[in-house]
Each structure stands twice: as structure tokens, then as C-alpha cells.
Design a protein around this ligand. Structure first.
Ligand code: MOS
Length: 748
């Protein structure tokens, strides 16, 4: 599967800087709201001021009378489109009926889009939007998960791609009752919003004759295209979605969002180009990490061997969709226990539907499990790492399958060494410096190593340049760079001779960028496409008159520095340009797709693992926690680019610090509204919050998980980080923190 040249290529495995870095730092990279269009109109959304009820009357006359205003769309005058004839569900939609903007007079959540004011300038649209007056008939709402727990239900329909909780094993209740050491706790994590740098926006370029070019902030150009064609009854030939750059998303760009619908609706109706941007506060009307309440019960023998694991969770969802993620399953596969049971429920709330947010489900479930494991280690008087090693799972008991690879032991060992875990005294409140208590904590992390069927095209031109094309997105993760590295090595080219095109619905088919599967999926497709081009090139090279390669076996020919050469004789060879010219080829092109191995997945399952170590300093008088050091040791198969890979883990850890200490969307349940819908009041870590973060990648060989041996890194960095911090805070202060975020009031 892996050939020697590839693993030892000049680029794969090397810490290359981003190939798109210059475009980004010079502002040349264009984002969805930055694409120009002739006579562009601007749409501003009016949001509902109530949480539930009906629009009694909506007064748009004053707004319409403003200079520059072209139209005000509401449920009363919106064009009838295909959307309203049937319910299209996008690629990542959970079961249910997706939100339909301007569908009727019904209000389903606070901030719901209820009108779109379209004007010649953004300023005119914004000013007029303030003049839209709405009379509501409000209805009672429920936004507090605690008050809806009695109504919680097991989702009747499973969400595509989301594994339901595993079947119980043994008798978890009886084993719990009989065990000598046990604990049972409740864990809570607040609602969090993604808050990427780039707020959601769509620019629809009207090209005449009903043809549209759409620049959308999305993690899936083809998902957005399919949404638009299905909802508006257009053909795929008429709609191209081009989103080459995405300013972060963390999952918020997986589903087509309502600004896409509104911008397309207005463009089709007015036959003009239209841009709709959400304000930062309006981005809080999109999905979010659902408020989740969990119970974890652990029971062990005195030697630390787990006898029973029970993990139950209840999460909020909207009235109209059953959003699901994998919360409790991790407790069935991370450690070995003969008895285990799981339960995952939803409760309906009058909010918008939650959505995937970086390592959806795992951040929550693994936080609870790893905080409980730390507590169990204290009960046992056992080192937390030792407890984990005693219960190390060599097999995924949930699916009864072997792991494709699992170097978690090495993560514990190397992480502990780098962190200086041996310097930790075992007793809480035993380490202090000045007025600060020092704490050290650790946790495991786990995320599924997924791969999705993806296609890519490789085009080698007569000038010896290579273009790679795939519809997947680079949301800031480094996809452009790693695909260029894979392609450059496959054809023995300098990186500068490779260009990569992504984020365009007309390119070879890709699912949404997400789930940490893009490197494995698009990377394998690029490898396959380049291998095909290579075969064609070498065949052409051998067929040339007087070719020095004519009688050389294909597997003895290597491509390096833009030349095809006999492996051990670099003098005998041909430049790519000469081969192309000699063979009379303007280009050699191949499109290939890669998919997970069905046979391997019958017996094996792939997971990415990590061990996270945190040092905190807690000022007890002020209740201030500083996370002074994090070491995150990650086993993720092959690392294509240690530099961009490290950045992914850094980002995940920073988000984990936010989850542990700061991030919290506060709901005023009386109003049913998210109150801190801005970056002044929704706190994310800033420079002053971030100290030393050390990332190390543990060597892990895995030829089964994906054709290129890659597992993916976008999400594992956040998993376990909050637990390691909570555990460190316990070590520092002796206080258990089971409710995130751990704000000052909880410390004091
Ligand atoms: Mo990720 S939450 O699948 O973008």
C-alpha cells in the first residue's frame, strides 16, 4: 500500500509552511463576503425578538420607503420555491424537518430570521432593517434542559453516520453494587458557540439566465450546491459554489445556513447579485454545542480493575430536528470493563438545532469519563496513569473489533516524560509556590479515525507542473499544503510546481470537510490520482525512441526533482518536460477516488488517541486559574506535515482551555434567549490565557486505517484537554469540578 519513495518523500513528513500562507497574510485570499459582483445588492436579516409564538403583523412600509431599499422579504411575500414543496435534508442534517426561513408566521427560536431587507448599499439595508416593526403573539417556551429532563427520549431515528450507544455488556448495575470501590457523579457542560473568525456570509453572483455563482462560507461546496439546487429547483449546471477559503468553522459550516437560502432567494427574485452577511450576534442563531447533562458510574476492584462502567447523557435539541452526536460510546471502548451500560437521550427545547462543534460528543463524554477516572484513581490511591494502564483496552469492545492501531501506551509514556509527571506529588493541595497552588492533571483523548469516499484529479502539464483538484474545503487546517506535499512526492516534484484547487462544487466529488477525515480521505484520493498519472508518465517515458528507460522495470524507475530516473543510476533518466514533449502530450490527467477498505472495516476500527497533561496555578484568594503548561501527546498514524499538524493540536488545546475555563453561552430562560452573543461577553481564550503548549506526535504505523496511513488531527486536540485541566484543578485545590466552564465563582 505504502511505497518506499512515498514514505521517504522529500515533502511528506516535513514541516512545510502553508502553501496558501502568503495569500492569507497579504489579504489576497478571498472569503465569502469579499468576492466582488457588479451592481451588488446587500441583504440584512431581521431577527425575531421573541422565542416562540406567531408574527401577528409585520410592518415593512417604513423600511421599504427608505432610499436605496429594493425589497423587504417576509413570510408574506417570499417567493414560492421548491423548498416549500418538500423537505430537503442536507448531507449532515439530523433526522427531522430543517428550519425553513420565512416559511410562515411561526417563531421557533429567539433570533429566528423573519425578514430580509435588500438595498443598494449595506448601510441602507442595515438602517432600513431597524425600521421593520413586528407585532408578535408570543407563546410559552422551554429552553432550560433541567426542566425538560422528564420529557427526554431515545431518538427514534438515528442520525446518519452517528453510532447509537453500544449494547450493554454483562450486568453493570449488579457489578456496581458488588464492587468495593465506586463512584457515581453528574457532569455538566454549558452550551458553547463555534465563533470562528469569519462570520457566516454568502455572495450570490447573478450571471443572467438563472445561472448563479455562489461564494458561501461552507465546509462543503457540494453540500451547499445540492441544497440550493434542491430547495430552489435548479439544475447543478446552473449553480456553482466556490469557497476557496474559509475563516475557520469548527463545524458551523457543515450545514448550509439560512443566509445562503436568503441570498439565493433574493438573487433569483430580483435577478441581481446579492450578498447577505450575518453579524457576530446573528451567528449565535446558528447551531451550537448542545447543553449536556451526564451521569458516569465507575466501579473497580481494589487493584484498580474496572468492574462496571455506566454512562448516561441527556442533551438538548430543537423542536424540529433530533440532533445527535456520540457522547457515551467512548466509555465503552477507551477502557476494558466486563460490565457496561449506556444511555443517550434528547430533550426538546425552543432553540435552533444544535450542531457539530469540534469533536462533537467526544469533548463532552470524554470529559465526564476522564474526570471520573481521575476521581477513581484518588479513591484507589493509585496514580492516574497506572489506573488507565490497568484498564487498557486492546480491543474495541463496543463493536467487538480490533483497533487498526493504538499507540496510547506510548502517548502516556512519552507525554508523562515530557511533562515531568514523576515530579507530581500524589496528594491534592501539596504543591504550592507563593500564593498559588500548583496542580497537575492528566486525561486520555480519543476520536474516531474516519475516512469517507472522496475523489481527486491530478493534471500534469507539458511544462512539468501539476495541478490537484478536489471539492473539499480547507477551513484553515492546512489541507492545501498537505495535498501539495502528497502530490509533490508522488511525482517527485518540488512543492512550487504543484498547485491545489479546492472548495469548488465543480471539482471532483468530496463530502463536507469534517470529522477529521479530510487528510485521510482527500489525501488518499490525491495519492491515487497522482499514482495513475505517474503510471501514464512512465509508460510514455519508456515508449520514447531511444529512451534510457525503455527496458527498465516500472518499479525500478523513480521520479525525483522533476525527472524519471533509474533507481540507482541518477544519470540515466529524462526530465518530465522532455517526456511530455517526446510523447506529444499537452497533459496527462487522472481522476481517482479513494474509500475505506470494506474488508478491513469488517474486523477493524480506527481511532486516534492522545494523552493530555496539564499544569495549573490557582490563586485561591482570587479564584484565578492559569493553565501554565499543557503537553499533548498524540497518536494519529502518519503525520504528513508536523508543522500544520502541530497547529491543529494547538488550536484544539486552546479550544479545550476555553471549554474548561471560559466558554459558555448563557441563556436567559425567562426570555429564552442567548444573552452573551458577542465576543466581549462570550469569552474565548486570548493571548494572556495561553502559556506553554507542547505537542508531540507518537510514532504510529497504520496501513489499514486509510491507504496513506493517516488518521486525522482536526479534533483530537480538544478531546481530553478540559478533563486534564479539571483534574489538575482538583490536584491543586482538592475541589472536584464537574460543571464546565470552571469559572472563578466555582473555585472560591
Ligand atoms: Mo467538524 S465539528 O466535523 O467540522
Amino acid at each position: 500500500m505504502l511505497n518506499a519513495e512515498h514514505t521517504q518523500g522529500a515533502h511528506v513528513g516535513a514541516p512545510r509552511s502553508r502553501v496558501d500562507g502568503r495569500l492569507k497574510v497579504t489579504g489576497a485570499a478571498r472569503y465569502a463576503a469579499e468576492f466582488p459582483a457588479d451592481s451588488l445588492l446587500h441583504g440584512v436579516i431581521v431577527s425575531s425578538a421573541v422565542t416562540r409564538g406567531k408574527i401577528k403583523r409585520i410592518h415593512t412600509g417604513d423600511a421599504k420607503a427608505q432610499p436605496g431599499v429594493v425589497e423587504v422579504f417576509t413570510h408574506e411575500n417570499r417567493p414560492s420555491t421548491a423548498w416549500f414543496d418538500y423537505k430537503y435534508r442536507d448531507e449532515t442534517a439530523p433526522p427531522g424537518s430543517p428550519f425553513r426561513p420565512l416559511y410562515d408566521d411561526e417563531i421557533q427560536f429567539s433570533g429566528q430570521a423573519i425578514a430580509l431587507v435588500v438595498a443598494e448599499t449595506f448601510e441602507a439595508a442595515r438602517a432600513a432593517a431597524m425600521l421593520v416593526r413586528v407585532e408578535y403573539t408570543p407563546a410559552d417556551h422551554a429552553t432550560n434542559l433541567d426542566l425538560q429532563l422528564d420529557e427526554a427520549y431515545v431518538p427514534p431515528k438515528k442520525r446518519n453516520g452517528i453510532k447509537p450507544p453500544p449494547k450493554p455488556r454483562g450486568d453493570a448495575e449488579a457489578a456496581f453494587a458488588a464492587a468495593p470501590v465506586k463512584l457515581q457523579n453528574e457532569y455538566r457542560v454549558a452550551i458553547e458557540h463555534h465563533n470562528p473568525m469569519e462570520p457566516h456570509a454568502t455572495t450570490v453572483v447573478w450571471k443572467g439566465g438563472g445561472k448563479l455563482t455562489i461564494h458561501d462560507k461552507t465546509q462543503g461546496s457540494q453540500n451547499s450546491q445540492s441544497y440550493v439546487t434542491n430547495v430552489f429547483g435548479l439544475s447543478a449546471d446552473d449553480v456553482e459554489v466556490i469557497s476557496p477559503f474559509v475563516g475557520g468553522a469548527f463545524g458551523s459550516g457543515l450545514r448550509p445556513q439560512h443566509q445562503l437560502f436568503l441570498a439565493v432567494m433574493a438573487a433569483l427574485q430580483l435577478e441581481r447579485s446579492v450578498r447577505v452577511e450575518l453579524t457576530r450576534d446573528q451567528t449565535f442563531t446558528l447551531g451550537y454545542r448542545p447543553c449536556t447533562i451526564q451521569q458516569v458510574s465507575l466501579a473497580a476492584n481494589r487493584d484498580g480493575k474496572l468492574q462496571s462502567v455506566m454512562h448516561n447523557a441527556t442533551a438538548g435539541t430543537s423542536r424540529f430536528e433530533d440532533y445527535q452526536e456520540v457522547v457515551v460510546n467512548w466509555s465503552g471502548l477507551l477502557y476494558d470493563s466486563p460490565n457496561a451500560s449506556f444511555d443517550y437521550r434528547l430533550a426538546k427545547l425552543d432553540t435552533y438545532t444544535p450542531s457539530d462543534m469540534r469533536a462533537p460528543g467526544a469533548t463532552l463524554g470524554v470529559f465526564a469519563l476522564e474526570a471520573a477516572m481521575d476521581e477513581l484513581s484518588c479513591e484507589l490511591g493509585m496514580d492516574p496513569i497506572e489506573l488507565r494502564l490497568r484498564n487498557y483496552a486492546d480491543r474495541d469492545e463496543n463493536d467487538d473489533k480490533a483497533f487498526t492501531s493504538k499507540e496510547l501506551r506510548a502517548c502516556y509514556r512519552q507525554g508523562a516524560e515530557r511533562f515531568g509527571w514523576s515530579r507530581r506529588s500524589s496528594k491534592p493541595r501539596s504543591m504550592r509556590e507563593g500564593r498559588e497552588l500548583i496542580g497537575m492533571g492528566m486525561a486520555s483523548g480519543v476520536w474516531e479515525a474516519m475516512m469517507q469516499k472522496t475523489a481527486a484529479r491530478a493534471t500534469l502539464t507539458a511544462d512539468g507542473k501539476l495541478e490537484i483538484a478536489c471539492a473539499t474545503a480547507d477551513i484553515g487546517t492546512g489541507t492545501y499544503t498537505i495535498l501539495a506535499q502528497i502530490a509533490a512526492d508522488a511525482l517527485g516534484l518540488p512543492l512550487e510546481r504543484v498547485s491545489v484547487k479546492l472548495g469548488d462544487s465543480s471539482l471532483p466529488k468530496s463530502p463536507v470537510e469534517g470529522g477529521s477525515w479530510t487528510a485521510a480521505s482527500a489525501g488518499s484520493a490525491v495519492q491515487a490520482a497522482c499514482d495513475s498519472v505517474k503510471q501514464a508518465l512512465l509508460t510514455a517515458a519508456r515508449g520514447l525512441e531511444g529512451s534510457p528507460l525503455a527496458n527498465v522495470d516500472l518499479d525500478r524507475i523513480v521520479l525525483r526533482d522533476g525527472r524519471a530516473e533509474v533507481a540507482a543510476h541518477s544519470s540515466a533518466g529524462l526530465a518530465i518536460e522532455d517526456i511530455m514533449r517526446g510523447a506529444g502530450k499537452q497533459k496527462l490527467e487522472a481522476e481517482e477516488s479513494a474509500a475505506p477498505s470494506k474488508t478491513a472495516m469488517l474486523t477493524h476500527v480506527g481511532y486516534t488517541h492522545s494523552a493530555v497533561f496539564a499544569e495549573v496555578r490557582v490563586d485561591e484568594e482570587l479564584g484565578v486559574v492559569r493553565v501554565t503548561r499543557i503537553v499533548n501527546a498524540v497518536a494519529a498514524g502518519k503525520i504528513i506535515n508536523p508543522k500544520t499538524a502541530r497547529s491543529q493540536i494547538l488550536g484544539g488545546v486552546v479550544m479545550g482551555i476555553g471549554m474548561a475555563l471560559e466558554e459558555e453561552t448563557l441563556v436567559d430562560h425567562h426570555l429564552g434567549r442567548f444573552m452573551n452573543h458577542n465576543l466581549a461577553e462570550y469569552h474565548v481564550p486570548v493571548n494572556a490565557d495561553i502559556h506553554d503548549i507542547d505537542v508531540l506526535f507518537v510514532e504510529e504505523h497504520d496501513e489499514m486505517v486509510s491507504p496513506i496511513g493517516v488518521k486525522g488531527l482536526g479534533e483530537i486536540g480538544i478531546v481530553g484537554t478540559a478533563a486534564a485541566i479539571a483534574n489538575a484543578i482538583h490536584h491543586a485545590t482538592g475541589k472536584r469540578m464537574r460543571d464546565l466552564p470552571i469559572t472563578i465563582d466555582k473555585i472560591i
